[in-house]
Design a protein around this ligand. Sequence first.
Ligand code: SF4
Length: 442
Amino acid sequence: MKKVYLETFGCQMNVSDSERVATILEADGFEITPFEDSAEIILLNTCSVREKAEHKLYTRIGQIRKSKQNKSAMVGVLGCVAQLEGETLFNKSEGIDFILGTKAVGRIARAIENSKVGQKQFVDLGEREENYDWFVSEHQRHSPFISFVPIIEGCNKFCTYCIVPFSRGREKSLPASSIIKEILKLRQEGVKEVHLIGQNVNSYRPPTDSRLEDFKGATPFSRLLRAVAATGIERIKFATSFPRDFHTDIVDAINEFENLCNWVHLPVQSGSDKILKTMRRGHTVDNYLKRIDKIRSSPRQISLSTDIIVGFPGETDADFRETLKLAEYCRFDSAYLFKYSPRPGTPAFAMPDDVSAEEKTARFLELEKVLRHSQFNSLQNELNKSLEVLAEGFSSKSKEFLTGHSKCHKIVNFEAGESFLGQIVNVQITECKTNTLFGKIM
Ligand code: SF4
């Protein structure tokens, strides 16, 4: 039985793809090993969102080829870098045996077979098979209690700084009937929480599917949310949402169904209309804030997270002040903050990167202070409350503490034994630190 070591970089979509690759290989008689040294085949599922992530790949291949144990292992590059670079990767880095694009991962066994029979430098950047199986076997999931369920792949938005539409292709929604069937099966297997994933989940536009006809909703996505909620699975989260396609009916659905978790991730990227236009985000500050007002005035408290880029080409100090103003207004519960770095292959790469590195750092730190303040306030608001937490694993600091997320996606650590793993428990919040809540099981 050939041993395969699989390493994943990047987003949830890549983690989910790797789970499927492992499922396919296992069914084909390969053994997935967590030990790189003993592997005969090493697969790197790559991320291309930042140029730095791409360079990481070249470093990793160098390390693999230098190591005594892995010198003769077969090395396959999968995912976004593979899709973007194709066969040019063979020139950029020695020691790659085959390349498999984002939609070709279902043909992983064939790629290995071809390389084995001596077809060196095999490349497959083709389309997904019509009958591609999105199924992930129970023990190849990243967690026994949580499962990622892709509902849409690709992206049509072409934000000027982003490489994803080039690496993942156009948006394609999965049929609602197969999503629901999968979730019913996961529920039977004891999964407590599903994450509906996609670059823009709320742009979901499935092929005609009678499965959604019984559910009300202003958009196919809000109908899908109600249909998934009706499966009775205990918790449903979804990410990422695209502001322009975020219909406020999603908030109504969260209020109607207790198992739809009260957390929305809605990347804004900038608080300046001028910059949003240069980014080609397709929304303005005003229509973003209308959605925020609906979320903030929801009867059920909904936590809100975002992504923001500082130092985008053309961002003046006045533009940045607008972003600060927006962050203060929105009081985000958490945020991912990035300094702009030009990504080759994107339209923004041709724009002058005219905000100096020092200025980017200064803006980053100033905005970070505002975001930290709102995040800490949000955590403090949970003090003395009881939160339902899914016990996902041991805390990294101590085996006596378990860690998990609340429904509103806050990290909670609490003292409890192994027997609580996989359970949803009520935790009384007693303390909060920068990013984490602490509490006691009630
Ligand atoms: S919406 Fe914009 S940022 Fe998000 S994946 Fe698509 S192009 Fe990239």
